[in-house]
Design a protein. Structure first.
Lengths: 117, 113
């Protein structure tokens, strides 16, 4: 069964460093998302991406964040200068959003745990 | 702004007992999702509820959606230890260019022998 994959599973970085989190969405999906979950808290939307551009972003997604689809398969989240409060689990998700309503369901990857020291 | 509230946030129950988790949301939506999350793991899709009155069952879990009341329930029947996890409901807000999910705070369920 197709699934969303993410690398790395765990990233440790120093405050102020840049990190890139990588995701490979399901191959026929068209819509891509990043969410984050601070330990013990709920899952929060960061950004959605469609047709090679950001379609929506939350207030969390400030100038320190960027997303890219550098090739036909990868979808990346970059944090330019990490802060302690960026420590969280970051989930990538993708969906088809076409045809049947059920196709709007988002499928989540396993997550990348980011630890900023 | 869409708000999604779950209750209870923590639930400790005995094996074999029944209980219901509630999910209320603040703006109109015709669909809702339930996810399960084990500690340190990703979100596992449990139910996709697509219309008012939708009811779905999988094993000991049953979910329902009342769009008029803006309420979804996740009912647990005869709980077993394997159901221990955190359960999230999520409500989508759709645009033509995609959608975003707003999650509830989660209900941490512990089933004790």
């Amino acid at each position: 069964e197709p699934e969303v994959t993410q690398t790395p599973s765990h990233q440790v970085t120093q405050m102020g460093q840049e990190v890139i989190l990588r995701c490979v969405p399901i191959s026929n999906h068209l819509y891509f998302y990043w969410y984050r979950q601070i330990l013990g808290q709920k899952v929060e939307f960061l950004v959605s991406f469609y047709n090679n551009e950001i379609s929506e972003k939350s207030e969390i997604f400030d100038d320190q964040f960027s997303v890219e689809r550098p090739d036909g398969s990868n979808f990346t989240l970059k944090i330019r200068s990490t802060k302690l409060e960026d420590s969280a689990m970051y989930f990538c998700a993708s969906s088809v959003n076409r045809g049947l309503a059920v196709d709007r369901e988002q499928f989540f990857g396993p997550g990348t745990r980011l630890t900023v020291l | 702004e869409l708000k999604v509230e779950q209750n209870p946030l923590f639930l400790s129950m005995q094996e074999g007992k029944n209980y219901t988790i509630y999910c209320n949301y603040s703006t109109t939506s015709d669909r809702l999702y339930w996810y399960r999350q084990d500690p340190g793991k990703s979100l596992e899709s449990l139910f996709v509820l697509l219309s008012n009155g939708a009811v779905k069952q999988e094993g000991r879990l049953m979910a329902s959606l009342d769009t008029k009341a803006r309420l979804s329930t996740l009912h647990i029947t005869a709980a077993v230890h394997d159901l221990s996890a955190t359960y999230f409901c999520a409500v989508p807000r759709y645009r033509t260019s995609g959608s975003r999910l707003t999650f509830g705070e989660g209900t941490q369920l512990t089933v004790n022998p």
